[in-house]
Each structure stands twice: as structure tokens, then as C-alpha cells.
Write a protein that binds this ligand. Structure first.
Ligand code: R5P
Length: 313
């Protein structure tokens, strides 16, 4: 008979979140040791018995993306060979998600490749938050539970009781997410018509919707280089918005993102702990909300074979 004991492990990408999830579940974080061979290859040793256990691995594939992805794959392989009964990859942030289609000739679909790698390594399920494109769920042939951090961010925004609110998507691709926020806040919706002039360069141009004299909340799945959201904030101000709040699930914050956000002078920047801020937290720019309860509850329900759909709304 399998033990089916719940166990949570993590790689090095976000151990703080993994510990908070374990506190929510009232269990100890599983012990896994990560080292490097002299040539840089990753070596993993698990110190707990996992035979017959229901194991969850908390690992966002945030920068350094390749290192964190390999840690996840190697840890899955290690746990599978140690006879874990079922392994769920808990990915608070799914890297490589933006390469989800062939936008031109002779380019890869890396999001699909990553899905194949995770499945081949031995994961039986995936638990993710705010995938860059929801259809990435279909890149897996194993169950994917896709949660939204909007639940956590909206609770915070509602407490701020901001009057005369308009929710703004910084680009056309983000309309669905912004509409969900607007609905929950009973606010109007607007869109910044963003045109990319390169992978790192964005020219934000027109605003579709009424923002003059309004307090605006810009919502996005991630802040990577910060170009999109900073440009959108500037555009909103140019169009007469009063206060501008930035909300994003994933603070990837690469390159000079901090500088761009600082220059955009938002009234607040709200992110989650899907990716740890580390020293960037000291910038004082961010309000960080934890998704520990959301993920902890999802893990508890998956482990008990209970519905998680109540967490989707
Ligand atoms: C765009 O498609 C995404 O939703 C984000 O707006 C974008 O990926 C953020 O990237 P960056 O911060 O580099 O502009």
C-alpha cells in the first residue's frame, strides 16, 4: 500500500515561498541538497524517504532560468527514481512562456519544449500561476491546474478603496486579465495600444478608453525589463490619468527594470512573491503580496483529491 504522505521540496529558486507554503500546510520542507560538480553540472541529493509519497516541488523557472529549470528537472528525476508515488511541479512562474508559437520562420516553440522536458522527467501534474499564455496548459498531456494571483492582488487593491478607478491593460494581449480585474472592482477598462519595436524596446502609443482625471491600475502578468509597464504608465499620465498603480504577478525584473519603474514614478507597484525580490526589495518600490495561501490550499486540495476550481475565481 502506498503511504501517500504529502511532501514538499524545492530547488534554489524560491525556498522562502516553499517554506511559507509548508507553514500553511503545517509540514516540514523536504530536505534536498544541491551542489555543483567542478564543471558546473548540478548534483542533487534528497535526504528524506519519499517512497510512495505524494510529492510537490516548488520551483519558479525565474532567472537564472536555465539553472532553475535544470534543478527542477533533475529533482523530478531524483524523486522519481527514489520511488515517489506522484510528483507535481509547482511552478509559481513558468519561464520560456513567451516563446509559445512560431511568430516567424526558423524559431523554436520553447514553451512546448519545456513542457515536454518536465513531463519526460517524470512530473505527473503541474500547478502554475498566471501563465503568460493560458493555452500553455495544452502543451502538457498531464493535468495542469492554472491559478490566478488576481485573487490575492484584488484583495489588496480593494482595501485601498481607490476612487474613480479605471483598470488598464498595457497591451492588447493582456485584455483578458485586465477585464477580470475590472469586473471584480466594478471599474471601467482601458487599453494601451503597445507596439514592440524589438524584444527589449517598446513604443507605447494610443490609449483606448477614458483615463483623463481617473486613477489607473495597470495590470500585467509580469514585469520583465519593465519597458511595457513603465511606458504604459507614462502614456497614461500623458493622457491625463491622476494616480497610476502598477500590478503584476511575476517580478522578473531583469536588466534595468528597477530604474525604469523608478522613473515612471508609480503611486505603488504591487507584485507577488512568485519570484523572490532579494536585494531589489530594498529599493522600497514594491508592495509584495504572498501567494503562499493560494498555492498551499491548492496543494492541500490536490493531495486530498478535492476540487481546486473554487480557487480559480
Ligand atoms: C507582454 O506580452 C507581457 O504581458 C508583458 O507585458 C511583457 O512580457 C513584460 O515585459 P517587459 O517588462 O520586458 O516589457
Amino acid at each position: 500500500m502506498p503511504k501517500n504522505t504529502l511532501q514538499v521540496f524545492c530547488g534554489s529558486a524560491n525556498p522562502e515561498l516553499a517554506k511559507r507554503i509548508c507553514a500553511y500546510l503545517d509540514i516540514h520542507l523536504g530536505r534536498a541538497e544541491f551542489n555543483h560538480f567542478p564543471d558546473g553540472e548540478i548534483d542533487v541529493k534528497v535526504h528524506d524517504d519519499v517512497r510512495g509519497c505524494d510529492v510537490f516541488i516548488v520551483q519558479p523557472t525565474s532567472p537564472p532560468v536555465n539553472e532553475h529549470l535544470m534543478e527542477l528537472l533533475i529533482l523530478i528525476d531524483c524523486l522519481r527514481r527514489a520511488s515517489a508515488d506522484r510528483i507535481t511541479a509547482v511552478m509559481p512562474y513558468f519561464g520560456y512562456a513567451r516563446q509559445d508559437r512560431k511568430a516567424e520562420g526558423r524559431v523554436p516553440i520553447t514553451a512546448k519544449l519545456v513542457a515536454n522536458l518536465i513531463t519526460t522527467a517524470g512530473a505527473a501534474r503541474v500547478l502554475a500561476i498566471d501563465l503568460h499564455a493560458p493555452q500553455i496548459q495544452g502543451f502538457f498531456d498531464i493535468p495542469v491546474d492554472h491559478l490566478h494571483a488576481g485573487k490575492v492582488i484584488l484583495n489588496h487593491i480593494q482595501k485601498l478603496a481607490i476612487p474613480n478607478l479605471v483598470v488598464v491593460s498595457p497591451d492588447v494581449g493582456g485584455i483578458k486579465m485586465a477585464r477580470a480585474y475590472a469586473k471584480r472592482l466594478s471599474a471601467d477598462l482601458a487599453i494601451v495600444d503597445k507596439r514592440r519595436s524589438g524584444p527589449k524596446d517598446v513604443e507605447a502609443m494610443h490609449v483606448i478608453g477614458e483615463v483623463a482625471g481617473r486613477n489607473a491600475i495597470l495590470v500585467d502578468d509580469m514585469i520583465s525589463t519593465g519597458t511595457s509597464i513603465a511606458e504604459a504608465a507614462r502614456t497614461l499620465r500623458k493622457h491625463g490619468a491622476q494616480k497610476v498603480y502598477l500590478c503584476a504577478t511575476h517580478p522578473v525584473l531583469c536588466a534595468d527594470a528597477l530604474e525604469k519603474i523608478r522613473k515612471a514614478q508609480p503611486d505603488a507597484t504591487v507584485v507577488t512573491d512568485s519570484i523572490p525580490l532579494g536585494a531589489k526589495a530594498e529599493s522600497g518600490l514594491f508592495t509584495v503580496l504572498s501567494i503562499d495561501g493560494l498555492l498551499g490550499e491548492a496543494i492541500r486540495r490536490i493531495h486530498r483529491s478535492e476540487s481546486v476550481s473554487v480557487l480559480f475565481t
